[in-house]
Design a protein around this ligand. Sequence first.
Ligand SMILES: [Zn+2]
Length: 418
Amino acid sequence: MLIDTLDVLRCPYCGGRLSLVDSLFHRRTTEEIHDGILGCHCCIFPLVDGIPVLHVLPASTMARDHLQAGRPDLARRAMFGLDDDAQAEAFDAVASSDTATYRNTVEALGPTFEGGYFLYRFSDPTYIVAQAVTRAVGAAVLGGTRRAIDICGGSGHVTRTLLDLSDAPPVLADLYFAKVWLARRFTAPGCEPVCCDGNAPMPFARGAFALAMCTDAFMYIWTKRQFVGEMERLVHTDTPGAEPGAVLIGHTHNERTWSPSHGQPLAPEGYVDLFETIEPRVFGEGNLFADLVAGGPLDLARRDDRETLDASPALTIVATRHPRVFTSHALPQPAEATGELRINPLYALEPDGDRVHLRLEFPNEEYADEYGACRLYLPEALTLDRSAIASLATGKVSGDLIELLRRKVIVDLPRRYY
Ligand SMILES: [Zn+2]
């Protein structure tokens, strides 16, 4: 963790500043802390493998004891929940390898860790809406220098889209140590991960951020009122003339409709009532998705009527007084990768001389049911020249391939993803 990041951290329980306890075991450089114990007015917390763990659940207490005994290796195993020695050794080997991929590392954590569809995450309909809204709101409020936080951001797939919007590294907060660790290593390198509990007060200073966001997780939070109050606090500014910040809740389910992995959602007006200091706007995700399928612009000036919201399985909520957010946003057409360009793994490839036939093939029926709307931008079948596919290794696209990148037939994946 960068030592500068201590400026935005606060104890979730006493609100005090956190500092490295020099008298206890630690490893640091002049700029970063690798392992150690952070103390406030009331408590001490472990900082394991560069990640502050700002909750007091059993794994955290165990990791703190291991650090105090000078065993950062055991502290990391405790945070990953690896109590079987053979599995822990297998994981340590993968974690210290320079050639490991996100996929091997996830596999080394065992079959229960991330069963989901991470291979296809960067092209699923939920993700592309989250990415576009995050970039539109983030570009407006961060101004290239202010800081964002992605709360309950898991393994950092959406955090990744924040990386180039500001010089200040985004903070990624999540309860699961393994996920934020993976994010820093693979998915969102350069983010500052923090392990904390979304149902407790957030361990950050008032006004530390210009954008506080949470995507695809808010319906699983029980203490919703506290969570939103905390997001408002994190982007609050007392400085006269400072530009306003924004709170963004992406892809939260709607109590009035059914959706897979429903959670404990509210109705649209229930979400509005959670906000006490900034009036939010609620969008049905369907219209935002239609904007993207059409190639833009993303219209955040729209006001969805009550029927539209009631019928929307997923909602996006934005609260801000910033004048450049509730407008129409042109969609960028990138021609260069931030990671590696690959053919979307949803396509089966069949070589045919100098050409390759691509056929859309979903991993299973469940995927087709939940994410089948990707058919609106992923063609059923297409044929590419072998040389065009080979050219993806340059990290740049031109001509027709720019449109295929926009439509996610070509995906821009983190390096060493699979
Ligand atoms: Zn404290």
